[in-house]
Design a protein around this ligand. Structure first.
Ligand code: NAP
Length: 485
């Protein structure tokens, strides 16, 4: 069980400043993926609780929208400080429910704080315009206003930081929020409610509801008081939410699936490429939307790259996230392990060769060995499907044009990476890749200062950067006439 002394552990919904159970009294069990044991429970809420949360957010919006940018900026700075002051407790909660190593969990909490800090700064920069008027006696103003109540739905792989990128800009803009965290990792989501209370964010500004995804999602997408849906998760669910949100023409921001390619050219710094490959592949046990799904390596260095990647993969320490020195925790559940096993079986029957790992880890449960597969081919399933696990398929290519075409041969367009020592090639390839984010000689590129997001079926909108607050604001044009000038 989870230590009940963790100051951020909450096992109730936060609605309008009150911690409440589901109306039915029903709960959902939360388990620790490292042990398979139950940690505790959270409410199994549905449409009625969600409606009340939306109404509470709507009431809170009437006053919160009138706060000054400076006031909201101060609240967000306090929130960022609270995250860092309690980094250890929040990271422990995260590791217990999600499985990632404590080092990564602390990194995620720090990333949450960095996003909140960034939006504390951006809150004060939502400038409008005064536009030169075509009329002598009229003036044109363009102002920015908070959209209103926003609904945020988030996944289990980054249960803290995915909410930082939504709650941060919402508060910065003067919006209020109803949040639905993933059912497998609800505690880090509920912790945002506790933190918001602690730093004095007014009741009703941040509401958190856990429970049935379909019922909560249906209410959030249908309720006319909700003006915007921001979602991070699978492309499949994103499409459903977009279709439902169309009924009331809500704004939508979608951070969806990825199929990141990682290209290594003959002229690359090989050791740097292998180091970047390890980070871009195995972070969070391969369970991130920006994790490399496909390695494409040029023929001249293919064998050397595979050998070095396999050796580095074999050195990774796998274990329960709370143990010292662990670099890779368990996968989220057994279903995830089964998917990884299926993809490996598909590859080996089509000629792929397992050169590192390849099977469940001797630790049992949902632990899996870091795996490298050489001889990957386009007809293998991971050419098109998100692996979401610690498997690195390595494809061989001959020409730059072939590599770019292979990399782009997917409906996804989130992150991509490539390694080269040639400046001209760096620009050609960077401009040829149809992705929202490109790492050139870098395997880890996420930072609050930059716009995170995808093209094609990887999503709409951007989180972070000065763009990250845009979707939380409406633009208003004001024409002032009769000035007699
Ligand atoms: P998921 O199955 O789409 O679930 C994400 C969230 O949506 C969860 O809170 C889930 O609730 C909820 N949900 C599921 N069905 C719903 C419905 N019909 N209506 C409303 N909400 C619904 O995704 P996941 O497996 O948790 O996360 C992995 C996916 O997220 C991957 O595809 C990954 O690439 C993507 N991702 C993208 C980004 C990005 O920034 N682009 C970042 C991280 C992850 P329950 O938990 O209650 O089912």
């Amino acid at each position: 069980m989870l230590s009940k002394s963790n100051p951020y552990l909450r096992e109730a919904n936060l609605i309008g400043g009150k911690w409440v159970p589901a109306d039915s009294g029903k709960t959902i069990d939360v388990t620790n993926p490292a042990t398979g044991l139950k940690l505790g429970t959270v409410p199994k809420s549905g449409a009625a609780e969600t409606r009340r949360a939306v109404e509470a957010a709507h009431v809170a919006f009437q006053t919160f929208r009138k706060t000054t940018a400076l006031e909201r900026s101060k609240l967000l700075r306090k929130l960022a400080d609270a995250l860092m002051d309690n980094q250890q407790a929040l990271a422990e909660l995260l590791t217990m429910e999600q499985g990632k190593s404590l080092t990564e969990a602390k990194g995620e909490v720090a990333s949450s704080a960095a996003y909140v800090q960034w939006f504390a700064e951006e809150a004060r920069r939502t400038y409008g315009d005064v536009v030169p008027s075509p009329w002598a006696d009229r003036r044109i103003l363009v102002t920015r206003e908070p959209v209103g109540v926003i609904a945020a739905i988030t996944p289990w792989n980054f249960p803290s930081s995915m909410l930082a990128r939504k709650i941060g800009p919402a508060i910065a803009a003067g919006c209020t929020a109803v949040v639905k965290p993933a059912s497998q990792t609800p505690y880090s989501g509920l912790a945002w409610g506790a933190l918001a209370e602690e730093v004095g964010i007014p009741a009703g500004v941040v509401n958190v509801v856990t429970g049935s995804a379909a019922e909560i999602g249906d209410e959030l997408t249908a309720n006319p008081l909700v003006k915007k849906i921001t979602f991070t998760g699978s492309t499949e669910v994103g499409k459903v939410l977009m279709a439902k949100a169309a009924g009331t023409v809500k704004k939508v921001s979608m951070e969806l699936g990825g199929n990141a390619p990682f290209l290594v050219f003959d002229d690359a710094d090989l050791d740097r490429a292998v180091e970047g490959a390890i980070t871009a592949k195995y972070r969070n046990s391969g369970q991130t939307c920006v994790c490399t799904n496909r390695f494409f390596v040029q023929a001249g260095i293919y064998d050397k790259f595979v050998e070095k990647l396999a050796a580095a993969s074999n050195r990774l320490k796998v274990g329960p996230g709370l143990d010292d020195g662990v670099q890779q925790g368990p996968l989220i559940d057994d279903k995830a392990v089964e998917k990884v096993e299926e993809l490996i079986a598909d590859a080996t029957t089509k000629g792929g060769k397992v050169v590192a790992g390849g099977k469940r880890h001797s630790l049992g449960g949902s632990f899996f060995e870091p795996t490298v597969i050489s001889g990957a081919k386009p007809q293998m399933r991971f050419m098109k499907e998100e692996i979401f696990g610690p498997v690195a398929p390595v494809f061989r290519f001959d020409t730059e044009a072939e590599a770019v075409a292979l990399a782009n041969d997917t409906e996804y367009g989130l992150a991509c990476y490539f390694y080269t020592g040639d400046l001209g090639r760096a620009f050609r390839v960077m401009e040829g890749l149809k992705y929202g984010m490109v790492g050139v000689n870098e395997g880890l590129i996420t930072t609050p200062e930059a716009p995170f997001g995808g093209v094609k079926e990887s999503g709409l909108g951007r989180e972070g950067g000065h763009q990250g607050i845009e979707d939380y604001l409406d633009t208003k044009y004001v024409c002032i006439g009769g000035l007699g000038l």
